[in-house]
Design a binder for this molecule. Structure first.
Ligand code: AMP
Ligand code: MG
Length: 403
């Protein structure tokens, strides 16, 4: 049996990212970029006005001046202007040669055909300088980071239409158990709907994988091996069930006979001790327990970093939010235990009734805390480290956010 940290280190030390390909930037959101990108020109490309206003000379402060011409965003740079004149200029238009400041339209007074400038004009006011945002030659997008809408803004601003990203990990999922039926099938009273496979399917999708899920397997070696053969093209095969000490728990044996090398087979974690991690010649395998809550917890703990690593990112460690307990909480102690709870941005509230075989706590949980054998109680307000599961920071509470 390995500790949670040993199991995670085993994962951190084994997984290498996938191969890369080149795709349009709009299709790359959520993917991990494989190389760093450098600016090939300055942004802004030229000095330009930050306001609708007038390009002026400082010596004309407080004076009445004539308007030489008007320049708009998209116009080519104006040649210049003399003292006693200004160029009317719109936001984004290139500043004319010799421009010493921009005075906003709101700050001048009309004087017939002319305008009167304010007494005080600050040198360089309201000018956006070439390269002040991104300097030519600098790295503006780091390799192995995730592409977001905001990365697209950067890439597009540099005229980059296609980028090199890691391929999405291909994950194949199947559950094991003679008792299981798919949720679209008719069910007999002694049977059970397979809730793990759709859950893993959706979660792996959320984490950016190409996912397929296979019909669940029966509990014989033959049935299991048929499913495994059908999943062999995966980067990661994910199964649930049949990993414990029951008389029909053949999942690991079936994989081993088809070439899986076990990296760990038991983790000191409650729930989910029998979680197994292995390697096939062309991919990895995680066998999770069948109990839904145990399967979910160990997916979050071990499968999520595997998926993140396969995706090519360097950010694969569990994130930690330090928060406080909403109420007193007692637990049995003596084990490394995972407690699911709700989190409102302020405090952590363990879910009342959470047992390994349950489904309902999964939906309620925002995060989990992991306790050592020495911990048997928490006091209200005590600080705890929470690993977020769902971090949807939109709230139904209208609150004052001004500082
Ligand atoms: P096992 O790990 O195969 O011993 O299964 C442990 C418990 O989880 C049993 O009560 C199973 O019926 C249940 N179970 C196994 N697989 C699933 C699944 N895919 N969806 C829901 N429950 C399951
Ligand atoms: Mg079973």
């Amino acid at each position: 049996m390995v500790t949670i940290y040993e199991a995670l280190d085993m994962i951190y030390n084994h997984i290498t990212p996938k191969s890369t390909h080149i795709i349009p930037i709009e299709a790359a959101v959520g993917s991990i970029v494989a190389q760093s990108y450098y600016a090939s020109f300055d942004l802004p490309r030229f000095d330009n006005s930050a306001m609708d206003g007038y390009a002026v000379k400082l010596a004309d402060a407080g004076k009445s001046v004539s308007i030489k011409e008007i320049t708009y965003a998209g116009d080519q740079r104006e040649t210049g202007f003399s003292e006693g004149e200004v160029v009317k200029i719109m936001t984004g238009a290139p500043t004319p040669a010799g421009c010493e400041a921009i005075v906003p339209i709101e700050e001048v007074q009309l004087n017939g055909e002319e305008i009167i400038l304010p007494e005080k004009i600050q040198s360089n006011a309201m000018i956006r300088y070439q390269g002040e945002d991104i300097k030519s030659g600098t790295c503006f997008l780091q390799a192995q980071t995730q592409i977001t809408a905001y990365s697209l803004a950067l890439l597009a601003s540099q005229g980059i239409s296609h980028i090199e990203v890691y391929r999405k990990p291909k994950v194949v999922i199947f559950s094991t158990g003679e008792e299981l039926k798919a949720h679209y099938e008719k069910i007999e009273p002694h049977q059970l709907y397979n809730s793990n496979a759709p859950m893993f399917y959706a979660r792996a999708k959320e984490l950016g994988c190409d996912v397929s899920y296979l019909a669940s397997s029966g509990d014989t070696i033959e049935a299991l091996q048929a499913a495994i053969r059908n999943a062999m093209d995966a980067d990661l095969i994910l199964t649930s069930g049949g990993v414990s000490v029951g008389d029909k728990d053949f999942t690991i044996q079936a994989f081993e006979e088809l070439g899986m090398k076990k990296l760990f087979t038991k983790v000191n974690i409650k729930p989910g001790k029998p979680t197994t991690f292995g390697k096939l010649p062309n991919g990895y395998v995680v066998n999770l327990p069948g109990n839904p809550l145990a399967a979910m917890v160990n997916f979050e703990m071990f499968v999520k970093p595997i998926i993140r690593m396969l995706s090519g990112t360097q950010s694969f460690y569990p994130p930690i939010i330090t928060t406080q307990m909403r109420n007193d909480y007692r637990l049995r102690g003596g084990k490394y235990s995972v407690i699911l709870g709700k989190w409102d941005g302020n405090s952590f509230e363990p879910i009342d009734n959470q047992k390994p075989g349950m489904v309902s706590p999964l939906y309620k949980a925002d995060g989990m805390i992991v306790t050592t054998p020495q911990t048997d109680c928490f006091k209200t307000g005590q600080l705890v480290k929470m690993i977020p599961i769902k971090l949807d920071l939109i709230t139904d509470k209208k609150e004052d956010f001004l500082m």
